[in-house]
Design a protein around this ligand. Structure first.
Ligand SMILES: [Zn+2]
Length: 103
């Protein structure tokens, strides 16, 4: 509920003028917002072409973490096939494993 003006009630003309000014300001604002929203939508569309990005994704397949290398030939060992010896040169991993560096 809106009580009519508490102080001296403004005249009809004054009210009209005030409202007109207000409406004009609001229209201006709406126009600016429209432009901004439109620009934002376009920018967003350009930025993110498909679906949400940077959400929880599976582990990246890039060679981010270094693969274990053979101490003998320094070649990268194929993942999942870590035997006792290098698949490339036949280097025995036990040879270095048993000889831990000290100091
Ligand atoms: Zn090797």
């Amino acid at each position: 509920m809106r009580s009519p003006a508490r102080r001296s009630p403004p005249s009809d003309a004054e009210l009209h003028a005030r409202l007109a000014a207000r409406i004009e300001a609001l229209e201006d604002r709406v126009r600016q917002l429209e432009v901004r929203v439109r620009g934002g939508a376009v920018a967003r569309r350009v930025r993110v072409p498909v679906g949400p990005v940077r959400q929880k994704t599976a582990a990246p397949r890039t060679s981010n973490r270094p693969q274990p290398r053979c101490p003998g030939c320094t070649l990268e060992l194929p993942p999942g096939r870590k035997g006792e010896a290098c698949v490339w040169c036949g280097f025995q991993f036990d040879a270095v494993r048993s000889r831990k560096r000290k100091g």
